[in-house]
Ligand binder design. Sequence first.
Ligand code: 26V
Length: 800
Amino acid sequence: MFSSKESFQKNFLKRLEMTYGKTFRESTSRDQYNTLGIMVREYISSNWIQTNERNRAENNKQVYYLSIEFLLGKLMGQNLLNLGIRDVVQEGLEELGIHLEKIEESESDAGLGNGGLGRLAACFLDSLASLNLPGHGCGIRYKHGLFDQKIADGYQVEYPEQWLRHGNVWEVRKPDQCVDISFWGEVESREADGRLEFSHTAAETIVAVPYDMPMIGYQTNTVNTLRLWSAEPAHHPPLNRDLLSYKRETEAVSEFLYPDDTHDEGKILRLKQQYFLVSASLQSIIRSYRNKNGTMHRFHDRVALHINDTHPVLAIPELMRILLDEEKMEWDEAWEITVKTISYTNHTTLSEALEKWPVYLFKPLLPRIYMIVEEINERYCQALWERYPGDWNRIEQMAILAHGVVKMAHLAIAGSHSVNGVAKIHSEILKNREMKLFYGFEPEKFNNKTNGIAHRRWLLKANPELSDTITEAIGGDWVREPEALIQMKRFIYDAGMKEKTAQIKQLRKEMLAQKIYSQTAIKVDPESIFDVQVKRLHAYKRQLLNVLHIMYLYNRIREDSNFSVYPRTFIFGAKASPGYYYAKKVIKLINSLADKVNSDPKVSKMVKVIFMENYRVSLAESIFPAADISEQISTASKEASGTGNMKFMMNGALTLGTLDGANVEILEAVGPANIFTFGLTADQVLNYYENGGYRSTEYYHHDARIRQAADQLVNSFFHETEGEFEAIYDSLLAHNDQYFVLKDFSSYAEAQERVEQTFINRSEWQEKSLINIAHSGSFSSDRTIKEYSDEIWKIKPMIR
Ligand code: 26V
């Protein structure tokens, strides 16, 4: 049906009529989108079935990537590209008078994630399928993804996101593969054959229904599966329960993605979600494994389970439960299989983000799982005791259960054979600081896997103009083998290439300027430097540093008539967790500053500030290609990796960043002449935390630029209600600036001057931009996934 334009058109029109009972003329963009989606689904169905069949027949080892978030974005465009049918479809539709882009707009972003962690999971699924690797995702089918953000009077307002409102053409409900999930109740024990056996009784059961989504590889026959679980009431609800409240509580389990990284409300619900994901996934994986293999003794030879951060760490006691209670295995064998099966990635060292569950919540909700965690803890502490006899202090610090909480990271380390960080510096910090004691105990478990991004989304799809130019220059191998991008080095000094890529950047900046105009009615100058910071709003990411620097530019331009800067457009995009007071204040501050700057006749000739509402995957795809400067300015040691940094680099933006996360590896790749670094190093920051010695007030008193900008947060500079930005002011001075914003200010301002000086020499800038593109191949998630596959999961490509 996609073999030619004509055959596509014929099928499309017929299918449209059959599905909607409308003529083409009467149909809406959404009807057309759905029709195309149905056709694509049908087109790939035999490959999807065959991928599953071959996996079964060949009994290859499979990896299951368990993640509480999958931030997929839109799928139509990528699917068409991967299937190699985009051109045929586009041309066919054009002749019917429809633009493919228009149809694509009807698709909702699948926003089942908060940020980096969820997007990484989505990039990994693209690479797994494209590399023909037998790897699948397991997640939750949230009815509402991450909230939609509107800005009203400068404030963030959240609206429930509704991605399923018009259905989801990519999913297939599989009611025959439901599993039961048990909460609450009691554990009963009895002796059988000289062995203590446990059963979970009087539990409240809910049903997990799988919805499968095809993950289509790039020009290959492999179609892997993302299985998302939805919570539904059991057919026979508990007798002692009010039906309505049982139904409501059940459905709540897969209703909302947790947008709140910071606060504690709904803890029980979140723990329910975690167990729901893990128990449903394991039961279904084990069911199909048992059907094929009978017993579970060699489970780890055929299955790898990866846990994306600690959210799915209950996979460890859940697998133990199944092996002990259902398979009747002995503890030691069950534990060996569990550890050999499970691997774990850590995504943050921030202590606030490390999950700890109070026993008083955990134990009643998951009584059998809690018992197993207790036993794991006891045996783990015993092993520690044997290794470090008498060292109570150490054992207390390493215990899984201590002081009334379950420490999920400790459980993850104890129960898996591999623990990795997501960039070199992050993995080193884990080994030498955060997880030092665990590294001392089992050093062989620890390793690094530097993050990567799906270059087929973030370059091939997001920036077709640049992609075509690269392909013309070096051929198309880079799409399958991104390291081939290094061949672009041949063109760094090539005048034609410099001109061409500069034109593409210009075009993309004009396109973004249009979008900004249509959303905000603000005209920005596409010739200005597009300086972009898009990411979640967090204190450690230091949007505030960027803001204070813009305030300084504003003051300087107004006060010093000899001072001028090269025109700049500062672009922000960020969602704040709804309960994160400080982050929301920073959003308001950016918007207040934007009003001030953009309405000032003198300043706005040189500087504009734009806040783009509702930052999400699809918006990101139009931002990265248009950026000149990539702001990666976290307090060193705090950003585990960052992945936006890679997306910018791949699209030819230059990084302005601290030596944090993967910025360090970007520096190694491009060399110091092709990146702007500044600020404290991670060691310096960590030493300050350990030994003290930083006094933010000194920087306030000694630097007039800082003093002026800081004061403006609390004097009449912004015409907001009094006290609006007091919390921000206090964070800097009363609370001694925990993220070293003031300490790094001067170094940042200098780096910004270097940016300007470099940009003025456009020819040199373009060379640096090309160097960044040429070295971006190793930041493809293809590289990352190959490393995970070879070194942790031990899975091999299916031969296609
Ligand atoms: C959670 C919290 C909760 C408490 C307040 C501070 C805070 C900060 C961050 C988080 C998110 C933790 C998990 C996460 O999304 N980590 C991100 O993972 C990305 C993929 O590995 C990585 O590139 C980012 O650097 C990392 O922040």
